[in-house]
Ligand binder design. Structure first.
Ligand code: FE2
Length: 349
């Protein structure tokens, strides 16, 4: 649709001065229906009667406007400059937009200096040294640069990244790994990445409301009743965010609720299958599961990353290992870690 607002600029009545004849057309803008109507054609006199009516409708909220096509004629005749007219003055950029532009520039400069970030190599190093700082810093530098006018959820993701995605904590590992897995799987739009980041930060908030023993115990070591309680953590997160009045997008909520759903319907809480699962929920589920499995939160024993990736890739059944994340995520995992999995699985064997 044509942006009619850009076809006119608004002026003040005083700008017409005492003249009666003008070489340009004067329009009336009616804010109640957002229309522009010609009021005084060029070279037709602004009579006393017309002037009185003008005073009357301006008092009622109407505004005077000139067509952009006659901008030069108007400025020359009225001896005005663009900066004298607020509607023509350059729009000042919001400080957050200026800040984002600066961050993007700094990011580009730092990338050029450091060279390309190799996700697979960095993840391998992170596990070898038990230090995810480089992975988290990479996600941090991406997420603080997300567009700031996209949606409240994306803005919240940027806020979280700026203030929380600092330091090597477990939650930050989940956020960073989910982000880089999504990005390296071709999900690169700011909206998707922002919603995923928000969901990754918040998905396990529900666990804070559960008895401590559930957080300490490996999943396979839980009793049936403990497991039943544990499975409520995503629903509890949703409940908490709603109660706190945090407005998350519908998709962000879905990512949180579905991050334990699995492609074959073996997940929870609703045993949702295949295409009915939000793809970003599978990304978060996969990243969180890799971290949980490797750190012993599933079996009670740590497992090398290479073994987990290799077993996932080859669909080798191992206790507690989940492999149903859908073919497209598998293809991404193979593309990202393909060679490494083969090399390292030999080393790990
Ligand atoms: Fe979870």
């Amino acid at each position: 649709m044509e942006n009619i607002e850009n076809e006119y600029f608004h002026i003040e009545l005083e700008m017409l001065g005492e003249s009666q004849l003008f070489p340009f057309n004067v329009f009336i803008y009616n804010p109640s229906n957002e229309t522009y109507t010609p009021y005084l054609y060029g070279n037709s006199p602004l009579t006393e009667e017309k002037k009185n009516f003008l005073d009357y409708i301006l008092e009622k909220g109407a505004e005077l406007a000139i067509s952009m096509k006659q901008k030069k004629t108007f400025l020359r005749d009225r001896e005005l400059k663009e900066e004298d007219i607020p509607d023509l003055a350059p729009t000042e950029l919001h400080e957050l937009i200026v800040k984002r532009e600066k961050l993007l520039e700094e990011k580009m400069a730092s990338k050029e200096k450091k060279g390309k970030f190799h996700f697979n190599d960095e993840l391998k190093k992170a596990y070898e040294n038990d230090d995810f700082t480089a992975i988290i810093e990479e996600a941090h530098s991406d997420l603080i640069c997300l567009g700031i006018t996209i949606s409240p959820t994306v803005s919240l993701a940027t806020f979280f990244a700026e203030n929380l995605l600092i330091g090597d904590t477990y939650v930050n590992r989940v956020v960073a790994l989910s982000h880089l897995l999504a990005k390296n799987s071709g999900m690169i739009d700011d909206l998707a990445l922002g919603e995923l980041a928000c969901a990754s930060f918040m998905a396990h908030l529900g666990q804070t409301q559960m008895e401590k023993s559930l957080s300490d115990k490996a999943y396979l070591e839980m009793t049936d009743s403990q497991r039943k309680k544990y499975k409520k953590h995503a629903g509890l997160t949703q409940h908490m965010t709603r109660k706190a009045g945090i407005e998350l997008s519908e998709r962000c909520m879905r990512i949180i609720l579905q991050h334990h759903e699995r492609y074959d319907g073996s997940g929870y809480p609703d045993q949702t299958k295949g295409q009915y699962i939000e793809p970003l929920a599978l990304v978060l589920g996969c990243a969180a599961h890799i971290l949980e499995y490797t750190t012993g939160k599933i079996t009670g024993t740590k497992t090398p990353l290479q073994t987990v990736l290799s077993n996932m890739k080859n669909k080798t059944l191992s206790p507690g290992l989940e492999i149903e994340f859908g073919d497209s995520l598998y293809n991404s995992l193979t593309n990202i870690f393909g060679d490494k999995i083969n090399i390292d699985s030999k080393e790990a064997a």
